[in-house]
Structures are given as structure tokens and as C-alpha cells.
Design a protein around this ligand. Structure first.
Ligand SMILES: Nc1nc2c(c(=O)[nH]1)N=C([C@H](O)[C@@H](O)CO)CN2
Length: 118
């Protein structure tokens, strides 16, 4: 299966369980793999036939900021559903890192896989 991916997308958004977290923006770093037949776009060199990683990166930032939640789990689930519906993505793996959440860890976060691999 071919993939289009986004690695290390850094966004600033409101996220977190605690009251103080709802008053600030924190950094999330997002890794996304999306199943896609890239040969269709390659055939006639057409951006419109593939997943535009620049457009999707912007949509991820907008989605996170428009949908503040407590848990990374909730954001991951909702973001995965939004991306799969909007772009007709059959399968994806989404990892959301919250690098500043635990001071003595490099990063913490969640990773989910949704859909069916072609
Ligand atoms: N599995 C998770 N654990 C925790 C989360 C989370 O979203 N998923 N969130 C928090 C707090 O918001 C934390 O990031 C504050 O430092 C704690 N654990």
C-alpha cells in the first residue's frame, strides 16, 4: 500500500484535562500516515488526484484549534474521523505527541490506526 505522510507537524492549540490548560496554548507534534494509491496522481502528474499534504497540514491545525478537548485520545479519534471523511482516506495512522506534558520524558502521546489497509 502506498502512503502519503506528514511527520513532525508542530501546532499550537488548547488541549488538556486541567483547568489551567484550558487558558493556554500548548505544542502538539503530529505524525500522520495515510493510505493512498499514489500511482493515480503520478500517471498524469496531477496534484488533484492525491492527498495534498500541505492542505491537510493546514486542516489539522484548524481542526485542533476549532475543537478544544481534554484528552489526546478524543482529539485523535475526532481528527481521524474528520480526515477520513473529508478526504476519503481508507486507512490512516495518527500519532499525537504532547512533548511538554511530562518534564522528564522526551514525549508522550497517543497513536491510533483506523480504517482498512488496501
Ligand atoms: N492518556 C492520556 N493521559 C493524560 C492526558 C491525555 O490526554 N491522555 N492528559 C493529561 C493532562 O492533560 C496532562 O497533559 C497535563 O500535563 C494527563 N494524562
Amino acid at each position: 500500500m502506498d502512503k502519503v505522510f506528514i511527520q513532525g507537524l508542530s501546532i499550537q492549540t488548547t488541549i488538556g484535562f486541567f483547568a489551567w490548560e484550558k487558558e493556554i496554548k500548548q505544542t502538539l507534534v503530529i505524525d500522520l500516515e495515510m493510505g493512498w494509491d499514489t500511482s493515480i496522481a503520478a500517471k498524469n502528474d496531477e496534484l488533484a488526484k492525491t492527498l495534498d499534504y500541505a492542505d491537510i497540514s493546514q486542516q489539522i491545525d484548524t481542526f485542533a484549534n476549532d475543537n478544544p478537548v481534554d484528552l489526546l485520545e478524543t482529539l485523535a479519534e475526532r481528527m481521524a474521523a474528520f480526515l477520513m471523511t473529508t478526504y476519503a482516506i481508507p486507512w490512516l495512522k495518527l500519532r499525537i505527541n504532547k512533548p511538554t506534558a511530562v518534564h522528564n520524558a522526551v514525549s508522550v502521546g497517543v497513536e491510533i490506526e483506523r480504517g482498512v489497509k488496501a
